[in-house]
Design a binder for this molecule. Sequence first.
Ligand SMILES: Nc1ncnc2c1ncn2[C@@H]1O[C@H](COP(=O)(O)OP(=O)(O)OP(=O)(O)O)[C@@H](O)[C@H]1O
Ligand SMILES: [Mg+2]
Length: 469
Amino acid sequence: VTTTFPNAPRILLVEDSDRDAFLVQTVLRNSAVVVERVSSLNAALVALRSSSFDLILTDLGLPDSTGTGTVEALLDAAGVTPVIAITGHADESAVQDLVEAGAQDYLVKGSAHAAPQLLRAVQYALQRARERHDDNRSEVLGANAKFRALIDCAEVTVVLDAHRRCVYASPSVKYMLGFDPAELIGRVLERAGTLRRKDGRTLAVQSHASPLFDDEGALTGTVLTFRDVATQRHLEQQIEQTLRLALLGQAAASTVHELSNLMTVVFQHAGLLLRRVGHDDTLAKPVTLISDAVRRAKRLSDEILRFTRPPEPSFETIDVGRWLERVAEEARALLDGRTLLLELPKFLRVSADADQLSQVILNLAANARDATPPDATVILGAARADTIPFVRERIEDAASFTAIFVRDHGTGIAAEIRERLFEPLFTTKPDGHGFGLSTSFRIVARHRGRILIDSEPGAGSTFYIVLPQ
Ligand SMILES: Nc1ncnc2c1ncn2[C@@H]1O[C@H](COP(=O)(O)OP(=O)(O)OP(=O)(O)O)[C@@H](O)[C@H]1O
Ligand SMILES: [Mg+2]
């Protein structure tokens, strides 16, 4: 019978009596340990050859071995794994023999103290096993600080000992898998194309394994490096998107600049004509129309130029809570009667261009309005990025970022729309221009920030503006 706790310490129980084995397993049921039971010394030796254990519990009256010889045989096969003997009777000399044979401890069957003694002994033995792990860990890593520093900054690095147990995990594992490095220590890691995150989701990874050897050339462990395939792809897409936007922006800017110059020419000559035709009404009217139209066209193109070449942000330190309170006034006016709830932080500051950032919030608020019915509620707030799970999981070093968010419970965003959100001129609205998010994207990028979107069709959307503090 094997109890299943993944990555738990493993105990080999060598016991031929079903009843006694059952008792031991019952006592250990609530300890997070895996108990593997065999019924003879021979079977135990086979088990020890194929896998490693943290503790061996053995009966001394086995069909193929009795007495202290059992302990000696097991220790020969198991090396450093502690052995606890289970005896039927505890006379002084038998105990002396057991200790001399190398048993870590002994338990007396049927005694009232057996259960607590067993638990204590197991705990003690496991503690010792953990300490050995720690020794092993410093051995595997050595005192090589350079090596350590190198793997600390790599993507995710995990060092396994010879039994594939984790003895080191780099801090970045927190971002990729959600585990603190300490939580992984001692766990057995499977070699696979996918890893399971702490929240249960699986993650596609690219991994690379290199073996570690000691001075004698014996295998002491493995260094595994992982790269999160999805994040990698996501980053590539983002870069591609940014490049595409930049190219589009450049092309648009130079075209519009050219048009603007041409319109200046038309405008000047229309003015010239107008002075010449003076009193001839049949000519003055159309020429006036040309001049007005071209002036409007020029103003429009100058607006577009401002968009494609937005001014550099002028940074100042903003108290986020107070600033959002002011922005909320303007946002309410945009929301056409929808309720605006504020989740304002205290003592949160960012360095930013308040006017430009306000423009971003108002864009997001207008989009929230368009995605919701008139009686809806929209939420505007901010918090340290590491206090928001969605953001924390997507941003490295979240504690040094601030997230400002606009949340609606409206239509949500379908995947095919999501890919194009930030493209200038992309809109799904009959009267939209598709400038809101593309402008916001640029402004936030100039603040060295990012926009994250948590959206589910039918459930609503949250736009997070994540800024360095
Ligand atoms: N909160 C949201 N919920 C659902 N869809 C949204 C939301 N925000 C943006 N979108 C989608 O993204 C598209 C682009 O948004 P963007 O703000 O860039 O342009 P727009 O709102 O259509 O036009 P403009 O902002 O120029 O008036 C929208 O047309 C809409 O389809
Ligand atoms: Mg918009």
